[in-house]
Design a binder for this molecule. Sequence first.
Ligand SMILES: [Zn+2]
Ligand SMILES: [Zn+2]
Length: 369
Amino acid sequence: MRAALWLLTLAILALQACSPPSKPSTGAPAETLASLQPAPEGTLQVAFLDVGQGDSALITFPNGRTMLIDGGEVEQGRALVRKLERLGVRQIDWLVATHPHSDHIGGLIEVLRTLPVVEVWDIGMPYESPVYRDFLRAVQRARTPDGKRPKFRIVRRGLTLEPSPGVRIRVLAPSEPLLQGTRSDPNNNSLVLRLDAPEASFLFVGDIEREGRKRLYAARENLQADILKVSHHGAANGTDRAFLKRVRPKVAVISVGAGNRYGHPHRETLALLRNLRVYRTDLHGDIVMRLGADRKLYIATTRTSRMSPTATTTRAPAPTFAVIGNRRSKVYHAPDCPGLPKPENQVRFRSAQEAEAAGYRPHTCVEGE
Ligand SMILES: [Zn+2]
Ligand SMILES: [Zn+2]
């Protein structure tokens, strides 16, 4: 019964263009959802799903079609499919992989195995990893509702879609040629898309970092959006003041795992978001946003957070495990990193801080994907 009432009792955030900007109480949680529920017909629902350290969001359009953006790590696959079932999903119309990192595509493998998928969107960036290989194999084996092979599309800036009358999707990135030689090319080439409904707009930016943002500015795309899926799990390289000035979001969502080893979300990012309404999957669980027929945005979460989502004291301390540096590349790795330097090039440090003081930069296995 409680679940049936949640729409009525939710905290309301009006987003009509003409309404005066409300002073949102920072991150005060909306109503707590007993469990995930299917979106009522005729509403637009965006569910940011808690997949631990990773990203996943399901969009249900007013006509019932669905778009799944990312799916967390491989280990999250089964739990993700169960969540999709609770959300009433019977097929995925657009399965979107923002970039080939495992914390974004891993869980999509189980989705491709379990649910009919009509179309797969990928950035088509050459990338060597067992998870990406398994993902491509799962795409090959997946089926549409009528038993055919899903359409595999390598998407670029400019692609537009009207998934449901009055709702528009536009791909803002990547564009040709893909970026190369950045700190993380997969992150910077992330698929960026905006969703425009008459009542509100959403911006999904994957894990883009500085170079990816510069590309977006150069393309002169409209970046303004009411709701921002914060880049790169709240890492400092994913968000800056200039970007937020362009997006001007009212609500920010950080998809991040509790107690992750990278210290995401970073203190600097939380400070920048301090005046917004912030939701975090590590604190709020699944975050469901629904645009009702009354043109208002309703937000509900599956967990109530007692912690302020922008309190910088919530930041986990920087990793304190011993790290291994590569004396040639001046990059340091976590001890369990799959790509450790050759033994003759290894230098040991007691902590990341010690390595950085010696002029070493963190490898992706320390900074996170
Ligand atoms: Zn990434
Ligand atoms: Zn990521």
